[in-house]
Design a protein around this ligand. Structure first.
Ligand SMILES: Cc1cc2nc3c(=O)[nH]c(=O)nc-3n(C[C@H](O)[C@H](O)[C@H](O)COP(=O)(O)OP(=O)(O)OC[C@H]3O[C@@H](n4cnc5c(N)ncnc54)[C@H](O)[C@@H]3O)c2cc1C
Length: 265
């Protein structure tokens, strides 16, 4: 089974700052990590490989330092990794990002499964996984919480939905996005770290993938960030004083009265 896992390098902090002029994420000077939710995709892929044999390839689109994320994936147990990197990709929205990643997957040749994270902790759109599937015209199952049997080219899955779990089977090749419930990500091993140190990571560029420039980067991105605003939080609350135990029940009564007045209870 050949499995491809798209992973994204994201700022370490959850306090992502935006450039108010360009409307894009400020990445300069911020420590980066593998998108935490992508570790679950890597783990799911590595478990499937242990069960069915095959290979796991990690792939990321980003600037050259994103190679650090790929090395971490190899240290976890991936067989190889690919960096998709070119100045022409700068400023890509999710449409252009998923187009570029889908073309990179095509360049890799035959595959059975693509497993992406549920969403990236910085951009947070959850659009790139479904976008890749759409460009490749393959079935997609999002929010996968359990992967079951593989039989006659179909994989049995359970999707996390609001009411519980939805069971389905998808024909391969397919793309899954997985939720945290799928498995606990393993830590890199010493052997894996050594493999990561010595592995060669090819770079796919716009030119060597033969991509249509009008689909790439900022120019090829239909999303335009018009304005960014930080929401103003105004709390017109009520403070109730309760100096001693006796005053507490009166204070609770006042608070309930306040909430009833607002129609909240
Ligand atoms: C107008 C515009 C301009 C932008 N300019 C820039 C820019 O200059 N530089 C920049 O870095 N970002 C830029 N972005 C953000 C960029 O669109 C997102 O970083 C990217 O498309 C991923 O979207 P997301 O973070 O919402 O990922 P999600 O869709 O939430 O990610 C879901 C999953 O997709 C996979 N995935 C996502 N991104 C990647 C990736 N790059 N490589 C491999 N797998 C991936 C992972 O498995 C991830 O868990 C821009 C966005 C817009 C709208």
């Amino acid at each position: 089974m050949r499995i491809i896992v798209p992973i994204k390098q994201v700022p370490e902090t959850s306090n992502v700052k935006m450039d108010p002029v360009t409307g894009t994420v400020i990445r300069a000077g911020v420590e980066t990590v593998v998108n935490p939710l992508d570790l679950y995709a890597l783990e799911a892929a590595l478990r499937l490989k242990a069960q069915h044999g095959g290979t796991v390839t990690a792939i990321t689109m980003g600037p050259p330092p994103a190679i650090k994320a790929l090395k971490e994936a190899v240290a976890m147990g991936c067989d190889d990794a690919v960096l998709v990197s070119d100045r022409k990709f700068g400023g890509s929205d999710t449409w252009a990002t998923s187009y570029t990643l889908a073309q990179a997957v095509r360049k890799l040749g035959a595959y059975d499964l693509i497993i992406a994270g549920e969403r990236a902790t910085d951009g947070d759109t959850a659009q790139v996984g479904p976008g890749i599937a759409s460009w490749l015209d393959i079935p997609i199952a999002t929010y996968v919480a359990r992967i079951g049997a593989l039989a006659e080219g179909r994989l049995t899955l359970e999707r996390l939905v609001e009411e519980g779990y939805q069971q389905l089977s998808v024909p391969l090749p397919a793309l899954l996005t997985v939720v945290k419930e799928i498995a606990v990500p393993r830590l890199p091993t010493l052997r894996g770290k050594k493999a990561a140190k010595h592995c060669d990571i090819p770079v796919f560029s716009a030119e060597n993938m033969g991509l249509d420039p009008s689909f790439l980067g900022l120019k090829g991105s239909p999303t335009k960030v018009v304005k960014i605003d930080a929401p103003k939080v105004t709390r017109g609350g009520k403070t109730v004083q309760a100096g001693d135990d006796e005053a507490v029940s009166a204070a609770v009564g006042q608070l309930i009265g306040f909430l009833e007045e607002k129609g909240l209870v």
